[in-house]
Design a binder for this molecule. Structure first.
Ligand SMILES: C[S@@+](CC[C@H](N)C(=O)[O-])C[C@H]1O[C@@H](n2cnc3c(N)ncnc32)[C@H](O)[C@@H]1O
Ligand SMILES: [Zn+2]
Length: 874
């Protein structure tokens, strides 16, 4: 049966709906529960799942399909907010959908919402817990129940942390003992506290200064109010910044200097605020030297390592509190703020810092308590695109928290555990069966545990203070966990908008549960399964109508290591404690192995099985499995569970032609499948930090695959003309569909047409040699280019003309191509970028954007010839 997905879906409209989900106010409410990487927009997932299950002729027009998919599309921007039309749901009854890389569950959620039976598989326990909360638990509890138990926790917590907080937020950092003058100096990553733009001037301007050996605050709104004369809600000030740090402000004719940061970890240097000495010393074998960069550790890093060692020695009772305070490095609070019409900042006094030490004393009494996350963080370095472990001298998870943060989180864990017990008892008293009562308590506890881990994300020493947004930037705001200066330490009860305090997180839950209950109101069962896509032993014997999935992309995210940040807390909140150890209680399969033994961390157990590629893991585990191998292994396994005629639909991020190699290899060469359809789709990926600085963004793609009918070999040289004709026909159809799209994105879409043609055959030979997956991809680029020329009716005399044309297709709106785009041009024309530069067609340029995203781009130069004018028409 040909499906609607193969016949064609209105992808532009669907992408527009998906794009709304990335913006403010457009996000699905349950995404606010907690951060997860590369979640897929619900609108797109719904359309793709439905179209892969529907016959090609299910709808007469694309409009009818959209109306049934998103009945509120004419009245609301967020089309995911309403359920599909009953007429469509009826067609989905009894269909089974599998997502073996389920993540946060966009695909299974939409499958369930469509009325199909969804099975979500995940390797990682942390994701498994979140999937349970998204797909199963909303049916077990009412929003009021979550609210009620949340309130209970908050009330008890108020008692428990009395005296620990007297402000809503503290901004802290690390200070080190200066190797020159011996005093402790704060390391300040930015002196700005508030730099909030208004319509014409600044709504809020405040920063810190260093005076008389301590931090003072300069708050221009406050000064304005004291001076009187005009409104102080918007200051007519001129602000200039140097880089992001420091700068100057001119206001009412006065000029103020904002200090420059005194720490530069990348260059491994800092400055003492007391004696102004440069701190670039090294420590070699425990000795301080003014040495070369290659020797030993930078003093600051060494000092932080001493802090962590002393932190543990103090908690174990091996050293005194004074010893701990005297460590070469220690946490310090710079500022505290209360919410009074916006934030009112005050310098943190020694009494404020004392609260950290008081918390340390209380923690010390509980050392050995299994609620302190003493698990190891991965000892290996590079874990993928721009993410690094270990975080600067941190080797255990609890070290990511200052003593007060840690104490509050541990108290919360205990209260949530207690709530689980009380909720179960209450249900039993009300006459529920043991099983019902336990299921209810499990769901309540899980939601509360999720509110906790989101608070963890906003209340640790790898957060940042966002002076423009007046909020804490959570640890995962850069997708990874990185060492930072100026972290936030927030009260669990504060209402700082955009900051996930425990109180705020709880209040979101009721809305989340309401939303998910509505989404899951079709009476189908969704199942969440903790398993490995390369195994799927729990599904043995089952067959699915379609598999729709979104596998990891090479080294983009190290899921196991990063989400341990959540895992170590989820495990505690959801397990019991007995005899000083964690014991199975709720979702025990996530935290204990088949012998009932606690699973310390995800990375230790699952990282080697994660479908991705990672040098740190290779070294640590002494393995070397490529992403392509793992992906292949997973897909050849997954295909076993697909009905004979079913589609395998895969989300994938396309960059250079070679980035498709792993997928093509897994599905075409090893999996016996043929590409049946492909679409460019809006994914969350494009919004990521890494993509921002690119000259052209080749976004995500959805490709649909079927089993290949028998072996059909192809001699490509002989069949070239016919192949070009066939692909040109397909390209013509697509040119209309991609209308306004970015040239590069449109190009990959055409290139998919060539792949469709080629993957229908196996083996494919060229010049007598059988093509491997890389060879097939290269052939597809030339084939697609020839076909595009034919579809557009272009014939050019010289190679340069073709090269120019290829560049024009792939350039961004501003006239640049990045190296991924250039790889396509090289394949299209057979000319290297060196040749292209020699012909004067491109010139190397620098991108702006954040440092992590800086990459090589080339400016496309524009010789205007006749050939080129002809080309312009295309
Ligand atoms: C790109 S994410 C999926 C995101 C999801 N589509 C969403 O919208 O939230 C890929 C997921 O695959 C999971 N994964 C990696 N290796 C796996 C394996 N061997 N078996 C099952 N899941 C795996 C990762 O933990 C990750 O959550
Ligand atoms: Zn000094």
């Amino acid at each position: 049966m040909e499906t609607l997905l193969e016949r064609g879906i209105p992808i532009d409209a669907i992408n527009e709906y998906s794009a709304v989900e990335k913006g403010r106010g457009g996000r699905p409410p349950h995404w606010e529960m907690v951060f997860w990487w590369t979640r897929k927009p619900l609108a797109g997932a719904r359309a793709v799942v439905a179209a892969s299950l529907l016959p090609a002729d299910a709808y007469q027009t694309p409009e009818q399909f959209l109306n049934d998919l998103f009945p509120c599309r004419n009245s609301r921007k967020t089309v995911h907010a309403c359920n599909p039309a009953p007429r469509l749901v009826e067609k989905m009854r009894g269909k089974k959908v599998l997502d073996p890389f389920a993540g946060f569950g966009s695909i299974p959620l939409e499958a369930a919402r469509l009325g199909a039976e969804a099975v979500a598989v995940e390797l990682l326990p942390a994701a498994y817990v979140f999937l349970k909360a998204v797909l199963e638990f909303p049916r077990r509890v009412k929003p009021q129940d979550v609210e009620k138990w949340g309130r209970w926790v908050v009330e008890r917590l108020r008692e428990e942390v009395k005296g620990l907080y007297d402000a809503d937020i503290y901004i802290g950092t690390w200070e080190v003992k200066c190797p020159v003058c011996g005093r402790h100096t704060p390391l300040v990553g930015s002196w700005w506290l508030a730099r909030v733009r208004g319509r014409e001037g600044y709504e809020r301007l405040a920063w810190m200064e260093w005076r008389n050996g301590r931090v003072e605050i300069r708050d221009l709104n406050e000064e304005c109010r004291k001076e009187g004369g005009g409104s102080c809600d918007e200051l007519r000030a001129e602000v200039s910044t140097r880089g992001e740090e420091g700068g100057s402000v001119v206001w009412r004719g006065r000029r103020y200097a904002v200090p420059l940061k005194n720490i530069d970890a990348r260059r491994e240097t800092a400055q003492c605020l007391h004696c102004r000495a440069e701190i670039n010393h090294r420590v070699v074998n425990g000795k301080l030297v003014k040495g070369k960069k290659s020797e030993g550790d930078w003093y600051v890093k060494w000092a932080l390592r001493q802090w962590n060692a002393n932190y543990e020695r103090y908690l174990k009772g091996e050293i005194t509190l004074d010893d701990l305070k005297n460590s070469p490095a220690r946490p310090i609070l710079l500022v505290k703020a209360r919410i009074e019409n916006g934030l009112k900042f005050q310098p943190a006094a020694p009494q404020d810092v004392d609260k950290l030490w008081k918390a340390a004393e209380e923690l010390k009494k509980t050392w050995g308590d299994p609620d302190i996350p003493t698990e190891q963080i991965p000892p290996y370095g590079n874990i993928g695109s721009g993410l690094r472990f270990p975080v600067y001298a941190v080797d255990k998870w609890y070290q990511l928290f200052n003593p007060r943060q840690l104490l509050t989180l541990i108290k919360l864990v205990k209260l949530i555990r207690e709530t689980g017990r009380l909720a179960e008892e209450e249900k039993l008293r009300e006459g529920a069966s043991r099983e019902e009562a336990k299921k209810y308590a499990e769901a309540i506890t899980t939601f509360l545990a999720i509110a906790l881990v989101r608070y963890v994300d906003y209340n640790c020493v790898t957060t940042r203070w966002n002076n423009g947004g007046q909020q804490v930037a959570d640890a995962f705001s850069t997708r990874g966990i990185a060492m930072t200066w100026n972290w936030g330490d927030v009260s669990p009860f504060a209402y700082i908008s955009g900051t996930g305090t425990f109180q705020i997180n709880l209040e979101k839950l009721a809305r989340v549960v309401t939303y998910l209950r509505e989404a899951l109101s079709q009476n189908t069962v969704s199942r969440v399964i903790l398993d490995d896509a390369t195994e799927l032993s729990r599904l043995e014997g089952e067959r699915f109508d379609v598999v729709v999935t979104d596998p990891p992309y090479a080294d983009d995210v190290a899921y196991a290591e990063l989400s341990d940040f959540y895992y170590v807390w989820l495990k505690r909140a959801l397990s019991g404690v007995e005899g000083g150890e964690l014991r199975p209680r709720f979702l025990p399969e996530a935290f204990f192995d088949e012998f009932g033994l606690e699973i310390p961390t995800q990375w230790q157990r699952f990282a080697p099985r994660e479908v991705s590629e990672n040098e740190g893991r290779w070294e640590h585990f002494g393995m070397k499995v490529t992403f392509a191998d793992l992906l292949s292994r997973a897909f050849s396994n997954v295909v076993r569970f697909l009905k004979e005629d079913g589609l395998l639909v895969v989300y994938y991020v396309a960059k250079k032609p070679e980035s498709w190699e792993a997928l093509i290899d897994a599905l075409w060469r090893r999996g016996g499948m043929t590409l049946a359809a492909a679409y460019p789709v809006e994914t969350e990926f494009e919004a990521s930090v890494v993509a921002m600085g690119k000259a052209s963004v080749l976004g995500g793609y959805v490709s649909a695959w079927r089993r290949r009918a028998g072996e059909r070999s192809l001699e490509l040289d002989a069949a070239w003309e016919a192949a070009v004709g066939e692909v040109a026909r397909r390209v013509e159809g697509r040119m209309k569909m991609v209308g306004g799209k970015n040239g590069a994105t449109a190009w990959v879409y055409y290139y998919m047409a060539a792949l469709e043609y080629l993957t229908a055959h196996f083996p494919v030979r060229m010049g007598g040699v059988e093509l491997d997956s890389g060879g097939l991809l290269r052939a597809a680029v030339s084939l697609a280019f020839d076909a595009l020329m034919r579809a557009a009716g272009v014939r050019l005399g010289d190679r340069a003309g073709y090269a120019y044309l290829a560049l024009r297709i792939l350039e961004s709106e501003r006239g640049y191509v990045d190296s991924d785009g250039l790889a396509h041009v090289e394949r299209m024309t057979g000319m290297t970028h060196v040749e292209l530069a020699r012909l004067g067609l491109i010139r190397e340029a620098e991108t702006g954007g954040p440092r992590v995203a800086k990459r090589k781009v080339f400016e496309v130069l524009a010789p205007r010839s006749d050939a080129v004018d002809e080309v312009r028409r295309v």
